[in-house]
Design a protein around this ligand. Structure first.
Ligand SMILES: Cc1ncc(COP(=O)(O)O)c(C=O)c1O
Length: 384
């Protein structure tokens, strides 16, 4: 946050800032969404300005059920297995509130998404962190996850594709993990919370495999996701949680006693967007191609320089760089901002042991700007 505040101050003083810090995308939302939203706001139907049903509108849950089958590879009953939430963070927060009591343990994969760590800690539970090898695409070892079990373990949290590494866990890796968890009796009562906020952002092949699509662990899988990134709708707060009915029932109580519902008009617009399947699929394919070009533009100068280790992100909109040995990423990030006006996030925000890594987001900026940002990182590196 202090780094972002300094960047904002520099910007207000007239400096051009290269923003690789925030996990936001800057492209336009689908035009079908904007059109349906405007129509809802202008219509005489006053209910668009009121509370929506707590679990989400029937129209949206039906559209989500179909979308899940197409993009996540599993079916969910729109009546009782889907909860529309104001974003994936609130979905994860709700699920973890249901699951965790003080003293319980949640297994996180490091580098982790820090909001998950904060939620676990806020609930008085203990994070149990499994480290990921930094080589080979940031894929954790399945045996390390299985061995992290303790009698207090309640949930394993996965983020795929990953924030902050941009790793996409191979489909077979997900299947092997599911098989390992299913055959180990200690894991019988442990839930798997899969955060698939970046499910639509992958750069080759098809959608990542969802744990909930694997029969042997389906009954203990919770999936959360959102449209903040895929449809560039972060401000409209639209996400969902899907899980077996008794679990969704418990989540509904948390939602009802906290935010109540997601915004009605936005739910309506999202349902209309998802119903236009061909337009949506074209939109998503276009944005994937755009992000792949942005990724390549940003990383090109770093690759040419060759002094900073760059693993190619297979999904999401992040690269996680290994700085030359002995470089402290926190100092690097501050000085990079002062000297070259590039905002990044130091790796230790995503777990201890990553303090020589740096997260770069390529969700914002043109290809030209991103290439220039990459060049500036190299220029600063050369001064060390
Ligand atoms: C892994 C992950 N989950 C959840 C979120 C939050 O998404 P939402 O805007 O849907 O709450 C983010 C945002 O950066 C994220 O990276």
């Amino acid at each position: 946050m202090p780094l972002m505040a300094r960047a904002a101050r520099l910007e207000s003083e007239g400096h051009t800032i290269f923003q690789l810090g925030q996990a936001q995308v800057d492209y336009e939302p689908p035009s079908n969404f904007i059109q349906a939203l405007v129509e809802a706001c202008q219509s005489r139907e006053h209910y668009y300005h009121g509370y929506a049903p707590d679990a989400g509108t029937a129209e949206l849950r039906a559209a989500l059920s179909r979308y899940l089958a197409l993009s996540f590879g599993f079916e969910a009953d729109p009546e009782n297995e889907i909860l529309v939430t104001p974003g994936a963070n609130h979905a994860a927060y709700t699920a973890l509130t249901v699951l965790l009591a003080p003293g319980d343990e949640a297994i996180l994969i490091s580098p982790y998404y820090f909001n998950h760590l904060m939620t676990v800690t806020l609930l008085g539970a203990q994070p149990h962190v499994v480290e990921t090898p930094s080589k080979g695409g940031f894929i954790p070892r399945i045996e390390d996850i299985v061995d992290a079990w303790s009698p207090r373990t309640r949930v394993l949290i996965l983020v795929n594709p990953s924030n902050p590494t941009g790793a996409r866990y191979p489909d077979d890796w997900i299947r092997e993990l599911a098989a390992a968890l299913a055959r180990d009796p200690r894991w019988e009562d442990v839930w798997i919370l899969s955060d698939q906020t970046y499910q639509e952002i992958y750069f080759s092949g098809d959608h990542p495999v969802s744990p909930a699509s694997i029969l042997r662990i389906r009954e203990r899988s919770i999936t959360v996701s959102s449209f903040s990134k895929s449809f560039a709708l972060a401000g409209w707060r639209l996400g969902f949680l899907t899980a077996p009915e008794p679990f969704v029932d418990q989540c509904l109580k948390i939602q009802d006693s906290s935010v109540i519902c997601a915004t009605y008009a936005a739910q309506h617009a999202l349902a209309r967007t998802l119903q236009q399947e061909k337009d949506t699929s074209n939109y998503l394919a276009e944005k994937r191609a755009l992000l792949a070009r942005r990724r390549d533009s940003l990383l090109r100068p770093l690759r040419e320089d060759g002094e900073i280790e760059v693993q190619t992100p297979a999904g999401a909109c992040f690269a996680f760089l290994a700085l030359p040995d002995g470089t402290d990423a926190e100092t690097f990030a501050w000085e990079l901002l002062s000297a070259q006006r590039v905002v990044t996030v130091p790796g230790d925000h995503f777990g201890r042991g990553w303090n020589s890594h740096l997260r770069l987001s390529f969700g914002r900026g043109t290809e030209v700007e991103l290439e220039e940002a990459g060049r500036r990182i190299v220029s600063y590196r050369k001064t060390l």
